[in-house]
Design a protein. Structure first.
Length: 318
């Protein structure tokens, strides 16, 4: 039986457009999430990240929880930890850690729209009418969560001054957000400063390019992902290790390449963006909207070619 053509096939992939500056890139990222976060929720649900597929029959929702549980496994994060969830999206992981691990979680995102959605969904899930206390925490099962609009590159200043002076976390958790940050060494040094000594953990899941790519491979497979997904130049997993060690961390686990187990995420996602009206909406947003949807195709191709990778890792503060 012939399959219907995908609406994305009729549109060319926009030519690569370099980001003018780190500030411009962050403005574009913020605008993207202000516009697209409701759509993300409708497409992926509460967890806006890859799924780790252990069997062919698992749903994307089951696979997304598998990824969180795998990160808990490699990090051995203790129950009731104080967690900073960087790039928390609409709060799926933050609430999971509060519910399943009894953690007290502060989720930060550059998008005020995502903070609004995260608070609304969390309050609805807990049947609470309002935020619990002046610090913004909401009781969630055995744990607590709160959500703050904050540029991650300013997190050290934010949590080291005023009411939050000398804030110390047991864990900094960053899932599929660090690849967006223009100044990654600053993130690693800030995370190290905010973590408790003697075992504070930095838990990472992220997107990477494969090492040793040719210029042709970079142009064909990597640049369309960087462009459509609003990323500075992608790093390799080993680049993260070097930056973490330079900031004072020791490797606890990884990097562990799980590309083959998560690649199905984008096969599912490509099938989910098959509505012509969705493509019409993307085009109405300008080239960034079209480049974003076409990046779904690029992600699938990058995984198939082995040029695009997904890895997890955990570092520890001595």
């Amino acid at each position: 039986m012939a399959t219907s053509p995908h609406p994305g096939d009729q549109f060319e992939v926009p030519g690569y457009e370099a980001h003018a500056s780190p500030a411009t890139l962050k403005d574009r990222i913020k605008q993207h999430y202000e516009i697209a976060s409701d759509y993300y929720y409708s497409l992926w649900g509460r967890h806006i990240h890859h799924g780790l597929f252990k069997s062919p029959t698992e749903t994307k929702e089951e696979a997304q929880l598998n990824l969180i549980e795998y990160l808990l496994e490699i990090s051995a994060l203790p129950d009731r930890s104080e967690v900073l969830d960087v790039g928390c999206g609409i709060g799926g992981t933050s609430c999971f850690l509060a519910k399943e691990q009894a953690c007290r979680v502060t989720g930060i995102t550059i998008s005020g729209k995502q903070v609004e959605i995260a608070k609304r969904l969390t309050l609805a899930e807990t049947s609470q009418a309002e935020i619990e206390d002046q610090s913004g925490f909401i009781s969630y099962q055995e744990g607590k969560v709160r959500f703050i609009e904050l540029d991650a590159e300013k997190m050290l200043d934010h949590f080291s001054s005023g009411d939050t002076k000398k804030a110390s976390f047991d864990c900094v958790w960053v899932s599929e957000a660090l690849s967006h940050f223009p100044n990654k060494p600053l993130f690693f040094s800030s995370a190290e400063a905010l973590l408790a000594p003697g075992g504070g953990r930095l838990v990472i899941a992220d997107w990477f390019k494969a090492p040793g790519l040719s210029p042709e491979q970079e142009n064909a497979d990597v640049k369309p992902i960087e462009d459509g997904m609003l990323l500075p130049k992608l790093c390799t997993a080993d680049d993260y290790v070097r930056m973490a060690e330079a900031a004072g961390f020791k490797v606890k686990s990884g990097p562990i390449d799980i590309s083959k187990s998560v690649a199905k995420t984008w096969d599912i996602s490509w099938s989910l963006v098959s509505s012509p009206s969705l493509w019409a909406f993307a085009i109405a947003q300008g080239r960034d909207g079209l480049a974003f949807l076409q990046a779904f195709r690029a992600m699938r191709r990058g995984y198939a070619n082995g040029t695009f990778r997904f890895a997890v890792m955990c570092f520890e503060k001595p």
